[in-house]
Design a protein around this ligand. Structure first.
Ligand code: FPP
Length: 249
């Protein structure tokens, strides 16, 4: 742990603990650029990115934010060079194996969302193990979007509902927003209040298309591996200054 992380153990005094987001989502962008700017291979950026994510998860626990969702691998990321995709799959597996005991100890409930069927089978085994061993934990809800695409998620929800209609279990008129949301991968958690995207890109990149309907967006130029507690603090300060109207006046 760095000294900076230790100093910010408690909630900073300028944040209102009653107006914190209940769910933060992150698009962890800029790993490759972070590595390139240091003359390192891209994979070193991903490796450092894991440390950043780990500290953010702990920070959510320390500061009383109940849910964190991270975009680890999109359905489009298969288009990256084979070595990078292989590295990421191995990294996810290794991190899960290495961090599982600590997540159990820290009462984290981890869940993977996305089309997990096309992930390598050894990774799927670790994913299933980590989800099973943390499913009753009552601490931070940590959701990892892996081989995730927002459009694909919506299509699979439509398919599931269509099957239920076909079997006569659901009437077409009964389909409303609440029923639809229950068929998304994220049925276990409330919609994000705050979306953070690093590295300055102003895109949603097929992430949580339904769930982000009323989220506040915070975009920072900082590259993901440099996104530390001080940065998170800034994001939360900005969030608390927003006037959330949910479409009302
Ligand atoms: C985007 O940066 C980052 C990724 C596609 C991978 C993020 C994954 C991690 C940080 C590991 C998470 C691990 C677990 C187990 C949840 P980029 O490569 O697009 O960066 P660039 O835009 O600078 O090229």
């Amino acid at each position: 742990m760095t000294s900076k992380q230790t100093i910010f153990q408690d909630l900073p005094t300028d944040l209102d603990r009653y107006r914190l987001p209940k769910h933060v989502a992150v698009i962890m962008d800029g790993n490759g650029r972070w590595a390139k700017s240091r003359g390192l291979p891209r994979i070193m950026g991903h490796r450092r990115g894991v440390d950043t994510l780990k500290d953010l998860l702990r920070c959510c626990k320390d500061w009383g934010i109940p849910a964190l969702t991270a975009y680890a691998f999109s359905t489009e990321n298969w288009g990256r060079p084979l070595e990078e995709v292989d590295f990421l799959m191995t990294l996810f597996e290794r991190v899960l194996r290495r961090e599982l005991d600590e997540m159990i100890q820290e009462n984290v409930q981890i869940k993977f969302v996305g089309d997990l069927s096309s992930l390598p089978s050894s990774l799927r085994t670790e994913i299933e193990r980590s989800m099973a061993l943390t499913q009753d934990n009552q601490g931070t809800r940590f959701t990892v979007a892996t081989n995730y695409g927002g459009r694909q998620e919506i299509v699979q929800a439509c398919q599931k509902i269509a099957h239920q209609v076909q079997q006569g279990l659901v009437q077409p008129d009964e389909i409303d927003e609440a029923l639809f949301a229950r068929h998304l991968y994220t049925a276990h958690v409330s919609d994000p209040d705050l979306l953070i995207r690093t590295s300055g890109e102003m895109r949603i990149s097929n992430f949580l298309l339904w769930q982000l309907a009323y989220a506040e967006f915070y975009i920072t130029q900082t590259l993901w591996p440099d996104f530390d507690r001080a940065e998170f603090h800034r994001a939360l300060c900005a969030y608390q200054k927003r006037d959330r109207r949910f479409g009302k006046v």
